[in-house]
Design a protein around this ligand. Structure first.
Ligand SMILES: Nc1ncnc2c1ncn2[C@@H]1O[C@H](COP(=O)(O)OP(=O)(O)OP(=O)(O)O)[C@@H](O)[C@H]1O
Length: 265
């Protein structure tokens, strides 16, 4: 199995604070994986390490590899790995139109620029993606004038234009209402069902779709547990992870947590 991400003995700091000490972790192609942890667990730090916004401490035994390589040409990397983070959503230029958001993925830029060239085939591909994501009518609309759910779908389209093998999603449904969240999760499920590997980083149990088979529990920069979803998302383990007594409920392949001891009123 191809390794998508591989961290070995990674020690990393944010400012003066050590977030990870000798963290080792790998995710292989075809194994949809969620990384679940409470606020402050180190999830954003992990995303920043993978996107090279921060660098780990250099030691002989440590490395971070994406698709088997430590050094990447960003142009090459984007066709393998699509990242959709909240940082990206915040950084996105508000005046960019929907179509340009999608096209900008081809250059990994924020909006498109005059010096960039797009072939008719690129436009056609962008149109097809917008159709698939049900956002075609918004192609001329400014990013700032879209709902959060629409913005998120455009950012997904921006990643998909490069036909990445894997997607890394940061809290995919946060900020979305129930309908938008369900619609977005259905799209993500379809992508997994048609062969894309998803790595999902979150503190929300309810946004872990049925197709995610492996869950890694992260707390204070350490892996508390790592394994098959049903064995990981237990009331006992999640109570320990979130430091509050919870009861896990399951339905239709999804999991949800309730306060432990609560009863139907
Ligand atoms: N620039 C910084 N300087 C010092 N400490 C930092 C810095 N940035 C983050 N931290 C700390 O690092 C720890 C991990 O933060 P990180 O943002 O990776 O957690 P997280 O799991 O993404 O949390 P959340 O779910 O709240 O986004 C936290 O304790 C945080 O306070």
């Amino acid at each position: 199995m191809k390794k998508i991400i591989e961290l070995r003995n990674v020690t990393a700091f944010r400012g003066e604070k050590e977030i990870y000490r000798n963290l080792s972790l790998e995710v292989v192609s075809g194994c949809n994986t969620a990384i679940l942890g409470p606020n402050g667990a180190g999830k954003t730090t992990l995303l920043k390490l993978l996107s090279r916004e921060i660098y780990p401490k250099q030691t002989k035994e440590s490395f971070i590899r994406v698709f088997g390589k430590e050094r990447w040409n960003i142009w090459e990397l984007r066709s393998h790995f699509g990242m959709i983070s909240h940082d990206l959503q915040h950084r996105y230029i508000e005046s960019a139109t929907g179509l340009n958001v999608i096209l900008s993925g081809l250059y990994s830029s924020i909006d498109t620029w005059q010096h960039q060239h797009f072939e008719p085939a690129d436009i056609e591909k962008a149109m097809k993606i917008m159709e698939d994501l049900a956002i075609c009518p918004l192609r001329e609309r400014c990013f700032a004038e879209m709902s959060t759910g629409e913005q998120r779908r455009f950012l997904l389209g921006r990643a998909l234009i490069n036909e990445p093998d894997a997607l890394l999603l940061d809290e995919p449904t946060s900020g979305l209402d129930i309908k938008a969240a369900f619609q977005y999760l259905e799209i993500i499920r379809r992508l997994m069902q048609t062969g894309r590997t998803v790595i999902l980083v979150t503190h929300h149990i309810h946004e872990i779709p049925p197709e995610i088979s492996r869950v890694i529990l992260l707390k204070n920069g350490q892996i508390l547990d790592d394994g098959e979803k049903g064995a990981t998302l237990t009331s006992e383990k999640l109570s320990h992870l979130f430091e509050v007594p919870v009861h896990v409920a399951k339905a239709h392949g999804y999991f949800q947590v309730l306060p432990a001891g609560s009863s139907a009123g």
